[in-house]
Design a protein around this ligand. Structure first.
Ligand code: IMP
Ligand code: MG
Length: 184
C-alpha cells in the first residue's frame, strides 16, 4: 500500500524534535506573558497543526482565533500579494496578540498581517513561527518566537503543504523530485 511517507525524500525535523521544541516555546511564552491574557491568532490553514499544539503548551489565560491570509498560489513561490480571506471575529483592542504561522519565508505574510492587526489598537503584538527560512527574508521582519531555523528548501508536513497535500505528515520533510514532476 502506498502511503504519503513514500513521497518523502528526507526527514528534516522529527515529530519528537518538534514536540520538544513546542514544549520549550510554550514555557517561554508562559513566562513572557505571566499575568496577561493572550489572544493567539492562528493563520489558517498551515499554522493549525502547530498553533493547537502550542496552545496546549501555554499555561496563561488565552483565547484562540483564526485568520485566513493568502499570498501563495498553488506552487512553491510567493505571489507577494497578501489577501485576507477570513478575518478574526475577536475584538483585539487593548489585547496582547500573538500571531502564529507555520513558516516565515520572505516575511511578506507576517509583515502584512501584523501591520494590519497592529492598527486596531492592540496592547502588544508578537509573532511566532514553527520554521524560519532566515536567508530568504526580504522584509526585514524578525519573528519573536521561532521553532527552528531551516535551510532554503521547500518543506512539507506538520501543517506545511505542497499544493494542499502533505499537511498531515507528523514530521517536517522534503519531497522527492518525482512528486513535483507528476500532475496533481
Ligand atoms: P512568506 O509570506 O513569504 O513569509 O511566506 C509564508 C507562507 O509561505 C507560509 O505561511 C507558507 O504557507 C508558505 N511557505 C513558505 N515556504 C514554504 C515551504 O517550504 N513549504 C510550504 N509552505 C511554505
Ligand atoms: Mg501558510
Amino acid at each position: 500500500m502506498r502511503t504519503v511517507h513514500d513521497d518523502v525524500k528526507k526527514v528534516l525535523l522529527t515529530k519528537e524534535e518538534i514536540d520538544n521544541r513546542i514544549a520549550e516555546l510554550g514555557k517561554q511564552i508562559t513566562n513572557d506573558y505571566a499575568g496577561k491574557e493572550i489572544v493567539m491568532i492562528c493563520l489558517l490553514n498551515g499554522a493549525a497543526w502547530f498553533a493547537t499544539d502550542l496552545s496546549r503548551a501555554i499555561e496563561t489565560d488565552m483565547r484562540m482565533d483564526f485568520m485566513v491570509a493568502s499570498s501563495y498560489g498553488n506552487g512553491t513561490n510567493t505571489s507577494g500579494n497578501v489577501k485576507v480571506l477570513l478575518d478574526v471575529r475577536t475584538d483585539i483592542t487593548n489585547k496582547h496578540v500573538l500571531v502564529v504561522d507555520d513558516i516565515i519565508d520572505t516575511g511578506t505574510t507576517f509583515k502584512a498581517i501584523t501591520d494590519m492587526l497592529a492598527s486596531r489598537g492592540v496592547a502588544s503584538i508578537k509573532t511566532c513561527a514553527l520554521c524560519d527560512k532566515k536567508e530568504r527574508r526580504t522584509t526585514g521582519l524578525e519573528a519573536d518566537y521561532i521553532g527552528f531555523v531551516i535551510p532554503d528548501e521547500f518543506v512539507v508536513g506538520f501543517g506545511l503543504d505542497y499544493a494542499g497535500n502533505y499537511r498531515n505528515l507528523p514530521y517536517i520533510g522534503v519531497l522527492k523530485p518525482s512528486v513535483y514532476a507528476r500532475a496533481h
